[in-house]
Design a protein around this ligand. Structure first.
Ligand code: NAI
Length: 331
């Protein structure tokens, strides 16, 4: 079966080409992001393979269905970009990769925190310019600090373990409790977590109940030196409120791998044109903000796991068998 592969990048093409060997799957790679304009690329394909910023709204899904698409394989865990009622209505089967490397994401969250706190990004450029002064590079010990984790699933779990290793106290908040994590962490209300954490890291999915979980109210409750880490989804934070909090020095800083309006910007090189999003442009000007463009997942191991699970998911769809990673079953 031929599969139209949207948002294809060189770093994954090779791995997916390898994966399709000895199978009935043949990926056709398109660099384009799936949108209303590019949906026609899927004309004649029975299946498509998409990533986090591909658009799967009502219009696109209806177009895809018209072109013959019946299967959608997400190369990611989150499915907030898929309009589930339309999927159900059209009878399209959607599968995802629920887990590929919680270590990749949790380790990236720690990398962002250490970089921002110890100002490694600044120090690197200072040294390259023969500036060996230490002015402006003072950080803080992680040891003894309180880390608040929202979402204690696979990634939150690994993040808690790593931060425990640094000698931090761990506060957690989730809609369900996990006996394993409560041995080393304390479940608290969101308010308590906001009030008492020096570092707050978001590891819950984006849905109606978590959109703008971190808003002006939340920032107002935080410690004035709190560092917020978001490797979850951009929409978990109200960006306007974040900018206000940063401008008013109401928090210590932010480590961001995701951004509310990242679609169409992240994963692309805008260095010669510049960007038109003034909010994103403003975010990049704060000395206490560090941003990466949704790369927390990007390790060799994660890419191989994504390719492997996607192949297994597609084989289930081709064979018409039940797939444990089917999204529609979860809604
Ligand atoms: P998971 O499903 O294992 O864990 C999510 C946890 O969030 C669950 O324990 C769930 O009960 C909890 N949760 C749900 N609603 C909540 C709420 N209202 N308040 C507090 N907790 C709530 O998911 P996993 O694998 O740990 O991934 C977490 C998120 O990380 C994903 O949903 C995805 O958005 C994001 N992600 C980001 C990546 C990146 O490259 N930046 C890569 C992979 C995932």
């Amino acid at each position: 079966m031929k599969v139209a592969f949207f948002s294809a990048r060189k770093y994954e093409e090779k791995i997916f080409q390898e994966t399709q060997k000895n199978s009935d799957i043949e990926f056709e790679f398109f660099e384009a992001r799936l949108t209303e304009k590019t949906a026609q690329l899927a004309n004649g394909y029975h299946a498509i393979c998409v990533f986090v910023n591909d658009l799967l709204n009502e219009t696109v899904l209806t177009e895809l269905h018209k072109y013959g698409v019946r299967f959608i394989a997400l190369r990611c865990a989150g499915f907030n970009n898929v309009h589930l009622p339309t999927v159900k209505k059209l009878g399209i089967r959607v599968v995802r990769v629920p887990e590929y490397s919680p270590y990749a994401v949790a380790e990236h969250a720690v990398a962002l925190l250490l970089t921002l706190n110890r100002k490694i990004h600044k120090a690197h450029y200072h040294v390259r310019e023969m500036n060996f002064s230490l002015e402006g590079l003072v950080g803080f010990d992680l040891h003894g600090k309180t880390v608040g984790i929202i979402g204690t699933g696979k990634i939150g779990h690994v993040f808690a373990k790593i931060m425990n290793g640094f000698g931090c106290s761990i506060l957690v908040h989730d809609i369900k409790t996990d006996a394993q994590i409560s041995a080393t962490a304390k479940y608290v209300s969101l308010d308590e977590l906001f009030k008492n954490s020096d570092i707050i890291s978001l590891h819950c999915p984006l849905n109606d109940s978590t959109r703008h979980l971190i808003d002006a109210n939340a920032f107002a409750k935080m410690k004035s030196n709190a560092v917020v880490i978001n490797t979850g989804r951009g929409g978990l934070i109200d960006t306007h409120a974040l900018i206000d909090a940063l401008k008013a020095h109401r928090i210590g800083g932010a480590c961001l791998d995701v951004y509310e309006e990242e679609e169409g910007v992240f994963f692309t090189d805008q260095s010669s044109e510049g960007i038109t999003d003034d909010i994103l442009a403003r975010l990049t000007t704060f000395p206490n903000v560090i941003m990466t463009s949704h790369q927390a997942f990007l390790t060799q191991e994660a890419l191989m796991n994504i390719a492997d699970t996607t192949k297994k998911n597609l084989v289930c769809l081709i064979n018409g068998t039940r797939c444990e990673n089917e999204v529609a079953h979860m809604s």
